[in-house]
Design a protein around this ligand. Structure first.
Ligand code: G1P
Length: 294
């Protein structure tokens, strides 16, 4: 079954980006000139997703507006013969259908996903977390869709290897490897201490799930951090359904924190022929200016 819908939870306050997030949605903060959320939605669209379901909170209208048409701006660009800009702005406005549902209290990722239950309408769906940007010619979520399709529409959790000392930042999967990239899961733990982590395979926020997850999400108690955890629901799902984990190809940037954000900015500037040369020059100049020995 083709996966057409993707849930993207964006209700978080983005406190790590204060004071910017006092007045603007974290998702709109750009990497160079492109809002972070653009990359995540683009990944979904390139994977064939037709509808994005944002799970939002107050102050997130700009994210919905970003993916809408802006007739006034388009008319202005047209009047001023800014054809390239006009094309760009139009393309973004027509990129994908967007709907939004409110998460009235921030009670965790599991709770956020549950808010979208009625919009998913009984179909398998994708979940992408907006704090993670994954760069790869074949979108990470598409890779998971392919694994799901090849395995009778199994649930598939995208994973990557992390250093053992980082397990407490992620949902960690466990199970048996069935080939060099795929694991048949028998459980999942949210943010285990390194000494308690069953593996070092962490999910950076890419999931293909079947609607069975909702019935579990409705019943689970609060878990780690006193929140309703998607990880806990997946852990139960593993006892009932075929749940796979797949080590996807791609480089992941954790843009939920300032270091990951800077890392992505530097990488994107270096790979973009428009910025690369001048950016290298300014890096060289600044490294010298601050007396940094590389
Ligand atoms: C969430 C999930 C966690 C996942 C992580 C990826 O945690 O609960 O399982 O590994 O996103 O970024 P958060 O970072 O929101 O605390």
């Amino acid at each position: 079954m083709k996966i057409k819908k993707a849930i993207i939870p964006i209700a978080g306050k983005g406190t790590r980006f204060l004071p910017a997030t006092k007045e603007i949605a974290k998702e709109i903060i750009p990497i160079i000139n492109v809002p972070m959320i653009h990359y995540v939605v683009q990944e979904a669209v390139e994977a064939g997703i037709e509808q994005i379901i944002f799970v939002t909170s107050s102050g997130k209208f700009s994210v919905e507006d970003y993916f809408d048409r802006n007739q006034e701006l388009e008319a202005f660009l047209e009047r001023n013969n800014k054809t390239k800009d006009l094309e760009l702005v139009r393309q973004i406005g027509m990129m994908v259908n967007v709907t939004a549902v409110r998460q009235k209290e921030q009670l965790g990722l599991g709770h956020a996903v549950l808010m979208a239950k009625n919009m998913v309408e009984g179909e398998p769906f994708a979940v992408l977390l907006g704090d993670d940007i994954v760069v790869n010619p074949v979108p990470a979520i598409k890779q998971l869709m392919n694994v799901s399709l090849a395995n009778e529409c199994a649930n598939v959790i995208g994973v990557m290897e992390v250093p053992k000392e980082d397990t407490a930042k992620y949902g960690i999967v466990k199970g048996d490897m069935i080939d060099d990239r795929t694991l048949r899961m028998n459980g999942m733990v949210e943010k285990p201490k390194p000494e308690e982590a069953p593996t070092n395979l962490a999910t950076p926020g890419r999931y293909i799930l079947t609607p069975d997850i909702f019935e579990i999400l409705e019943k689970i108690p609060r878990g780690a951090g006193n929140e309703y955890q998607l990880t806990d629901a997946i852990n139960i799902l593993c006892q009932r359904k075929n749940v796979l984990a797949y080590k996807f190809f791609g480089e992941r940037f954790d843009t939920g924190n300032i270091h990951g954000y800077l890392d992505a900015t530097i990488d994107f500037a270096l790979k973009d022929p428009l910025f690369r040369e001048k950016f290298i020059q300014s890096l060289q100049y600044r490294i010298k200016k601050y007396g940094i020995n590389l």
